[in-house]
Design a binder for this molecule. Structure first.
Ligand SMILES: [Fe+2]
Length: 462
């Protein structure tokens, strides 16, 4: 029996039992907003960081595995110092620094230079993590969640720091996928459910157009760039029911996708000439057969899985080749969450309840994408599958502030990245922790990036 022959019921995660570290918040958890819950979530986030590091040597941790990525020990130190900055120093304001000064400041030290910083050894880092965490927990004992303090209202700053650790976990996984000196021995703890054919579904669904409310006013966990909720007039459009599969993408390759100039934008063609690629990142060919590597596992490309590790230009060229285009981020959000009769945006495709292991392929421990149709609850009101989990989805939108945007609490999260250089991605991937994704969440990256766990779906005009 291969891994994929098993059903979700067989897996520890699907039965709600703890896997390696508990992947999701459980019903017996302390009350929302309580100090006990924050303590528990902080411990759980750290367990995951340590789990991901647990099979790595000091050398693995200090190595620059790719010019795009930091040495993993830098990410770990940055996680700790960000926590120290926001949950001890800045907690009582005034906010002195938005990013920590020194070695772990991402703006002072570009990723490609971080290996030369004289980073601490693993054992020094472990002591540092513990020392900072114990001061954070001491401070948490006495914190007063004063509604007049916007950092503390609804425990905002604690959720921000938690999400920061979750997000760096995904960055660490990108690095691990690029690891040099032998593939990463992934601590797989979840067997991904098998897919179900979507052949009985139409390939695209239609949004009839109208005024929707995109973004959110949430101030408990949402980032500044997700706010405020705002009305947008959306023209009618069609969108793919499912993300583009490896099977679809192979067809594009066979149709000469990487050599048909007419399908590529000028920028995309320039990138392609320079990059010289002929397939998604981490694919390799043996004769006519394509293989894909996910950490330490190399499998034949599974036609029923969403394509992963393609850049924006590849996504846009594919869309062009089939007479479609990429959705705007508003169209994506409408497809993921707009409820036509309640006339409101749901927090997730299936409703407002947070994800569990039965809803979507999130939370890392399967270490790869699942076949399409594998999660029968992962359907949106409009009828789209898999908007959350598996792969981030490229959109055609530049990363811009929403009307009425206000920076909070620091400019270096969103504001300094707004502009035409970055494209927005939505929906999270298998490597995203559940606490760091929702329909309103906006990710962004350069249109040439392929180290991220990125795929796409297509749209078209009415
Ligand atoms: Fe960071």
């Amino acid at each position: 029996m291969t891994d994929r022959d098993r059903q979700p019921e067989d897996t520890a995660a699907a039965t709600g039992e703890p896997v390696v570290s508990k992947p999701y918040i459980m019903p017996d958890d302390p009350e929302p907003g309580s100090v006990e819950l924050l303590q528990k979530e902080a411990a759980e986030a750290r367990d995951r960081t340590l789990l991901l590091m647990s099979r790595l040597s000091d050398e693995d941790l200090h190595q620059q595995h790719d010019p795009l990525m930091s040495p993993i020990i830098w990410d770990v130190g940055h996680i700790a110092h960000f926590e120290e900055l926001w949950l001890t120093q800045n907690l009582d304001g005034p906010i002195e620094f938005s990013e920590m000064p020194g070695m772990y400041n991402p703006f002072e030290h570009p990723r490609a230079t971080r290996a030369s910083l004289g980073l601490p050894s693993l054992s020094q880092m472990m002591s540092r993590l513990e020392e900072i965490r114990s001061r954070v927990l001491d401070r948490l004992e006495t914190v007063e969640f004063d509604d007049r303090n916007t950092l503390l209202r609804d425990e905002y700053v604690y959720h921000m720091v938690l999400q920061h650790e979750y997000q760096h976990n995904e960055t660490i996984l990108q690095t691990l996928q690029l690891k040099t000196g032998g593939a990463y021995a992934a601590p797989r703890a979840v067997t991904l459910p098998r897919g179900r054919s979507l052949a009985d579904r139409p390939p695209m669904v239609r949004f009839p157009g109208g005024v929707v409310v995109a973004g959110t006013d949430d101030r408990r966990v949402a980032y500044d760039n997700e706010r405020p909720a705002h009305e947008v007039e959306v023209a009618p459009f069609w969108i793919d029911v499912a993300p583009v599969s490896n099977g679809d993408y192979l067809q594009f390759m066979r149709d000469g996708g990487y050599s048909r100039r007419e399908w590529w934008s000028n920028a995309g063609w320039a990138w392609l000439r320079e990059a010289g690629v002929e397939a998604p990142k981490h694919w390799s060919r043996d004769g006519d057969v394509w293989y894909v590597r996910a950490m330490d596992r190399v499998d034949r490309v599974d036609l029923a899985m969403p394509v992963c590790h393609v850049c924006f230009h590849e996504a846009a060229a594919f869309a062009h080749s089939v007479g479609k285009r990429l959705p705007t981020e508003t169209e994506w959000e409408v497809a993921a969450g707009w409820h036509p009769t309640q006339r409101r945006m749901q927090r997730f495709p299936w409703g407002d309840a947070p994800p569990t292991p039965r809803h979507a392929n999130l939370d890392q421990l399967g270490f790869g994408v699942a076949q399409l149709g594998a999660y029968e609850r992962n359907w949106s009101p409009l009828g789209c599958y898999g908007m959350i989990g598996d792969v981030w989805e490229w959109t055609s939108s530049d990363f811009q502030p929403y009307p009425g945007y206000r920076t909070f609490p620091y400019a270096e999260y969103s504001e300094v990245f707004f502009g035409v250089d970055y494209k927005v991605l939505r929906g999270g991937s298998w490597a995203t922790r559940p606490g760091a994704i929702r329909n309103s969440f906006r990710n962004w990256d350069y249109p040439i990036r392929r180290q991220i766990f990125s795929g796409f779906r297509c749209a078209r005009d009415d």
